[in-house]
Design a protein around this ligand. Structure first.
Ligand SMILES: Nc1ncnc2c1ncn2[C@@H]1O[C@H](COP(=O)(O)OP(=O)(O)OP(=O)(O)O)[C@@H](O)[C@H]1O
Length: 444
C-alpha cells in the first residue's frame, strides 16, 4: 500500500485547497503497517492526527483502493514519525500504542529554516536580531516576540529558525510550532468533544509556543478568548511565545482590544520588503543551497523584475532551474530572459505605475490628476512622493520612466522623493502606517 501513497497524495493535492493540503496532508509520513499490508500514516502531533482522521481518512482509503486496485486496502493514522518508527516486522501482531512518552513530543518545526540560511538585509535586520536574542534567552529577552509584515517576507522562516536554535541550545526543549488555523481547528474539535481540559493541557507542557499568522483569529471570538487564556498561562509560566501577523496587530480589525494590548507587552518588529541587493543575495543563497550555478547577472535580472515577495522570487528561481534542467542548457542571462518572460509579464501587469497612482489617490481621497499635477501643496506633495517611492519599490521602471509617469518630472525629483520617504519611514509613525497599508493593498 506504501507504493500507492504518492499517487494518492497527488490526488488529494489536486482536490483540496492548497492551504488545507499543506496544513493537514503534507506533514504526514507514510509507512507500511506492522502486518505489512495496510498503510500506516504518521502525523506530527495529535492535532493533525485527529483532523486527518475526522476529515480525510475516509477519502484517503477510497483513493488507496482506487489507485492500488485492492478493494480491501486500508489505512490508519497515529502520532509518530519515520525517524522513530520501529522497522515493521513482517507478520508481527499489531500492538496497541502506549501514550506518547515525553521524548515523543513533536515540535512541527521545519529544520530547513535556520539563521544560517536566512539572508540578512536592512529590511529584516532588526527582526532577525530580535528572533536570535529570543532564541538565546527564551522567556527572558522579549515575551511575546511578534514579527509582522506582508506575505512572503520571511516571518515563518525566522520563527522556525528561532525554534530550531532554542532546541539546538537546549536539547529536549519543547518548542511547538502551530499555524493559527491548527490552533483554531483543534479548539473547535475539543469544544465539540467536550475535551477542552485536554486541549488546554497540551500547552502546559510546552516551553515555547510559536504561532503563525494570528490575523487568522480576527472575528473568531471564541478562539481569541481561548488563545487569550493560553497566552496568559504561558506568559505567567515564563514560557516563550513567538507570533507572526501579516500587519501590525493594532491594525487587524476583529482582534479584541485586550488581546492586542497583551501582544504589545513584548516586542513587535516589522519585516520590510527586501531591497534589490537583498533580493539578489537571497536568490544566490537559495541557488547555492540547491547546488545550482546561478550567475550574478541572472540573480540581478530576477531580483529586478519579480517584485519583493521572496516566495515569488523563489518561484521564479524554481521555474528557471526546472526549464534549464529539461532543456539541458546552462542558466545564462539570455536563457533566463526567455524562460521567465511570462512570469515577468504577469508581475509587471500586476503592479503598474498607473495602478499605484490609483491606489494612492484613492487612499488619500485625491484624484490621480492631482498626483500628476504641478501643484506642490503639502496635501499633494507627500502622497505624490509616496506614490513615486512605491513605483520605485514595486515596479522595474527606471527613475526617468517614473518621472515621466508622474506628469513629466525630472528623475532627480523622483530620487529626492524616494530618499525623503525612506528617511521619514523610520521616524514618522503616521506615514509608516499609511505606507504599510498602501503596500499591502498593492501587493496582496
Ligand atoms: N531573508 C531571507 N533569506 C532567505 N530566505 C528567505 C528570506 N526571506 C524569506 N525567505 C524565504 O521566502 C519564503 C517565504 O518566507 P516565509 O514563509 O517565512 O514568509 P512569511 O513572511 O511567513 O509569509 P506568510 O505571511 O505568507 O506566511 C521561504 O521559503 C523563506 O525561506
Amino acid at each position: 500500500m506504501l507504493a500507492a501513497w504518492p499517487l494518492c497524495l497527488s490526488h488529494l493535492e489536486s482536490e483540496l485547497p492548497p492551504e488545507e493540503f499543506i496544513t493537514w496532508l503534507k506533514p504526514l509520513q507514510a509507512n507500511a503497517s506492522e502486518s505489512g499490508g495496510d498503510l500506516l500514516l504518521y502525523a506530527p502531533n495529535a492535532f493533525v492526527m485527529d483532523m486527518v482522521r475526522a476529515r480525510y481518512l475516509a477519502r484517503i482509503i477510497e483513493l488507496l483502493r482506487l489507485v492500488s486496485g485492492h478493494e480491501a486496502a486500508a489505512a490508519r493514522i497515529e502520532v509518530g514519525s519515520l525517524a522513530r518508527a520501529p522497522a515493521p516486522a513482517r507478520g508481527a501482531r499489531a500492538k496497541g500504542r502506549a501514550a506518547a512518552p515525553e521524548e515523543d513530543f513533536v515540535t512541527q518545526l521545519d529544520h530547513a529554516y535556520t539563521f544560517d540560511n536566512f539572508v540578512e538585509g536592512r529590511s529584516n535586520q532588526i527582526a532577525r536580531s530580535a528572533a536570535w536574542q529570543v532564541a538565546q534567552n527564551p522567556g527572558q529577552a522579549y515575551n511575546p516576540l511578534l514579527l509582522y509584515g506582508t506575505t512572503g517576507l520571511g516571518k515563518t522562516h525566522l520563527m522556525h529558525a528561532a525554534g530550531n536554535l532554542m532546541r539546538a541550545n537546549r536539547p529536549g526543549m519543547k518548542v511547538l510550532y502551530l499555524r493559527s488555523e491548527q490552533f483554531f481547528s483543534a479548539m473547535m474539535k475539543a469544544l465539540n468533544e467536550k475535551s477542552m481540559d485536554q486541549f488546554k493541557r497540551q500547552f502546559q507542557r510546552v516551553d515555547a509556543l510559536l504561532l503563525d499568522d494570528i490575523q487568522f483569529f480576527a472575528g473568531k471570538d471564541r478562539t481569541q478568548e481561548e488563545f487569550f487564556h493560553t497566552f496568559n498561562a504561558l506568559f505567567d509560566g515564563k514560557q516563550q511565545i513567538i507570533l507572526t501577523c501579516d500587519r501590525y496587530p493594532r491594525e487587524v480589525e476583529g482582534l479584541e482590544a485586550r488581546l492586542k494590548s497583551r501582544l504589545a507587552w513584548g516586542l513587535s518588529v516589522s519585516i520590510e520588503p527586501p531591497d534589490f541587493e537583498t533580493r539578489a543575495a537571497i536568490l544566490l543563497s537559495k541557488a547555492r543551497a540547491r547546488g545550482v550555478e546561478l550567475p550574478d547577472e541572472v540573480a540581478y535580472l530576477i531580483a529586478k523584475n519579480i517584485g519583493t515577495n521572496v516566495r515569488d522570487l523563489e518561484g521564479a528561481l524554481n521555474t528557471l532551474v526546472a526549464r534549464a534542467h529539461f532543456a539541458g542548457e546552462p542558466i545564462t542571462t539570455a536563457f533566463a530572459q526567455e524562460a521567465l518572460r511570462d512570469v515577468v509579464r504577469v508581475h509587471k501587469q500586476a503592479i503598474s505605475i498607473g495602478n499605484i497612482q490609483k491606489v494612492v489617490a484613492d487612499y488619500y481621497q485625491l484624484r490621480v490628476a492631482d498626483l500628476l499635477s504641478k501643484r506642490r501643496t503639502r496635501t499633494l506633495a507627500r502622497p505624490r512622493q509616496i506614490a513615486m517611492t512605491l513605483a520605485k519599490e514595486l515596479t522595474s521602471h527606471s527613475l526617468p520612466e517614473i518621472g515621466d509617469g508622474f506628469g513629466g518630472r525630472d528623475h532627480t525629483t523622483v530620487l529626492h522623493a524616494c530618499r525623503q520617504i525612506r528617511k521619514l519611514l523610520d521616524t514618522d509613525g503616521v506615514l509608516r502606517e499609511d505606507w504599510d497599508k498602501l503596500f499591502r493593498k498593492l501587493t496582496e
